[in-house]
Structures are given as C-alpha cells and as structure tokens.
Design a protein around this ligand. Structure first.
Ligand SMILES: *Cc1c(COP(=O)(O)O)cnc(C)c1O
Length: 387
C-alpha cells in the first residue's frame, strides 16, 4: 500500500499536512489553562460548521457511532417509539442500535438508492395523534448508497401535523462537506465524527444539541454514563472533561474548523459539488449508473457506482488496492458486490479527484470491462477546466 496516493474511501478521509501536525502534540495537562484554549475554540468552530447559534456542542472520545448513541441515550427512554427510514447500511445500523436500546422503531423500508420518503413520514406523523413517536431519525447522507436526503423536507413533514418529536440527524458524511443547517432545519441533535468532513483520524463523536434536546435530557431515562451530556456540560463549564480527553484530536478539530471557515463554508460546499459533478460525468462517460436513483439524491461526498450485472464490484476495490495502491469503498449490505464507491469528501482537489477517476478506469479495463481509457478522465477534466 502506498502512502503517497490519496484515499478514495468515504472516510477516513485524506488528512491535510497541517492537521496531521495539529494532532501530533506532546502530552498536555488537560487540567491546565492551555487545554481550555483548545476546547472552547473547537466547540465554537463546530457550532459554526453545523450552522447553529442556539445549539450546544459535545465532543466524546468515540466515533460517529458513539454520536448515534449519545443522541438517543440522552433524549429517549426505553419503550419510546422512533420513526426511521432504512435506505442503506448506516440508517440500518442506527435502527439496530435503537432496537438494542429497547426503543420501538417504526421502520420505513426504502429501496437502497432512494432517499428518506418525507411524504410517507408526514402521513405516519399525522396519524400519530397520541404523539407516541418521540423522535424522527434521519440519515442526511447515506454513505452506503451515495444518497443525500432532504432534511428540510423531513422538517416540513413534521411541522405539517405540528408533531412534537425530536429530529435526530446523522450528518456523519455530510457535515463539513455538504450544507448542513442545524438551526434553519430545527435539527435537535446533529451527529458526526472526526474522520470525514473534518479530515482527522477517527476518534471523536461530535454532537450538537438544540435547546429542545437539552430539555429532553431531563426526562430521558435510557441508561447512559460515558455519553451523558450532563457530565460533559459540567466538565466544559470547568474547562475540562469528566474523563481524559483526546487532546491532540481536539486540537486537530480546532484547526480543522479554522481551515473550513477560512476557505469559507459555501466555498467548501461548492468545491465538493464541483468535484462530485466531475466524478458523475466520468460515470456517464463509462456508461455506468449510480446507485442513487435520481439527480436530486446525488451525494456530493460519495458516489456509489453500479457495475454491470454479473460483475463483482469488489474486484475493482481489491485490484485497485493491490495493483495501484489506491483505496475505494466497497459495496455494503444489500449492494455488496453490486457497487463500488468513490469517496470525494474532505481534503480533496480537482487534481486529486482526477487521479482517482484515472485509476478506477485502469482497474475496470484491467478486469475486462468495456471502458476506454481516458473517457471518464476527459469528461471530468472538461468539467474541472470550465466549472
Ligand atoms: C461513517 C458513518 C457512520 C459511522 O461512523 P463511525 O465513525 O464509523 O462510527 C455513521 N453514519 C454515516 C452516514 C457514516 O458515513
């Protein structure tokens, strides 16, 4: 495996040199004043990235999955009903987590490649006149299928019946790469991790809680200890953690927020959109299709590309790794062997994206697919040259 090549897995993403240096720190006493100068800017930076003024940010030593657990265990109680669509591996796992916590999940099964059916949610919520549903779970960007769902539409579906449920959103593969508007969409808990849009190693669960979610904490009775945001809140008030914080990662997060905000969030989103369009133009040139069924669902952070019937998509991923030292995402769950994924989130330029498109093209040709070398690259080049 070459460490010189960028990775094209949809997380962990490529680490910019400045962030690698930021996480590489000598031991720092986490009870010293110097830690406060890392913690508070990191919390503030995350608030800006998720676009919240009223939310409170909590960062745990964990991963995105720990963020899911933070969201549900702090706001819900055993037996509570939650509503969720299952349209890919990540929404599926979050549902499984809820079930193991003793929550009753109203699952809306959706074909993989489609988004959250906001109209179906609206019907279910309108019929729930007794307000048994306490939370709506939404995976903003289904990383397994490269599908982005419309969170604003989910909010509209909830408002249509003035439903009081909390809106818990997995933004693990969108936050920091695609627009996320916590306050505007009235998201109650936003969840992400350090190793995707924030361009850091895995190791942090990053959550933002709305005032409504903070109020729900008082009545929620699911067991929680490590992920109890009340303890974290007490810790932050005293410039610390209820346990030992991962200081280097937090320093990296502070710097990652600075980087994103210095580039300008809208510019970051535009860069991801431009890169993603180039990838999609390459897919068209190859004569292949995306797993996402319609253009409004195309993700700007990951593309899941269907391979021809009868061809094992995993062969591309394995071949790319062994022959060229480049990593792509394999298909997961229901789409295993049917798709391969190009992750294009985090620290990525047009030029890096071209190398990823070129390499996968070589792989497909090596493996006997009917692909002309340069076809996808040229389509992307034309876009990057002019966009
Ligand atoms: C990566 C990912 C997760 C899981 O995050 P971990 O950091 O691996 O625990 C959850 N949801 C989505 C949408 C993801 O892309």
């Amino acid at each position: 495996m070459s460490f010189q090549n960028p990775v094209f897995i949809p997380g962990p993403t490529n680490m910019p040199e400045v962030l690698r240096r930021a996480v590489d720190m000598p031991t720092l006493d986490h009870r010293s004043a110097a830690f406060a100068d890392i913690l508070h800017p990191a919390l503030k930076g995350v608030k800006q990235v998720v676009k919240t003024k009223t939310g409170e940010v909590f960062i745990f030593p964990s991963t995105g999955s720990g963020g899911w657990e933070t969201a549900i265990s702090n706001t819900l109680s055993a037996g509570d009903k939650v509503l969720a669509a299952r349209n890919g591996m990540f929404s599926k796992k979050w549902i499984d987590m809820c079930q193991r916590h003793g929550l009753e999940v109203e699952v809306v099964p959706v074909p993989w490649g489609e988004g959250i059916p906001a109209d179906r949610f609206a019907e279910i919520l309108a019929a729930d006149t007794g307000h048994r549903i306490k939370a709506v779970l939404a995976t903003h960007n289904e990383t397994a299928t490269g599908v982005v769902s419309d969170i604003a539409a989910v909010r509209v579906a909830m408002d249509a019946s003035d439903h009081p449920a909390l809106l818990l959103v997995d933004g693990v593969s969108s936050i920091g790469s695609m627009d996320f508007r916590m306050d505007e969409w009235r998201v109650d808990v936003a969840v992400t991790g350090s190793q995707k849009g924030f361009m850091l190693p895995a190791g942090l669960a990053i959550c933002a809680f709305s005032p409504k979610a903070m109020a729900a904490i008082k009545t929620a009775t699911l067991p929680r200890w490590f992920f109890d945001v009340r303890d974290m809140q007490v810790g932050y008030a005293a410039n610390g953690y209820p346990y030992t914080p991962p200081v280097g990662l937090l320093n990296g997060l502070k710097m990652a927020c600075d980087m994103l905000l210095a580039e300008g969030l809208e510019n970051v989103f535009a860069r991801h959109a431009r890169i993603a369009i180039g990838v999609r133009k390459a897919v068209v040139a190859w004569g292949l299709d995306l797993c996402a069924v319609s253009p409004d669902l195309y993700s700007n952070s990951v593309s899941a590309i269907k391979t021809p019937e009868g061809f094992d998509a995993n062969k591309i991923v394995t071949h790319a790794s062994t022959k060229y030292g480049v990593s792509y995402g394999a298909g997961l769950g229901e789409v295993a062997g049917k798709v391969f994924r190009i992750g294009h989130l985090g620290s990525l330029t047009d030029v890096m994206a071209l190398s990823g498109i070129a390499t996968v093209e070589m792989c497909m040709k090596d493996l006997g697919l009917d692909i002309s070398l340069g076809s996808g690259v040229a389509a992307a080049q034309e876009h990057y040259r002019t966009a």
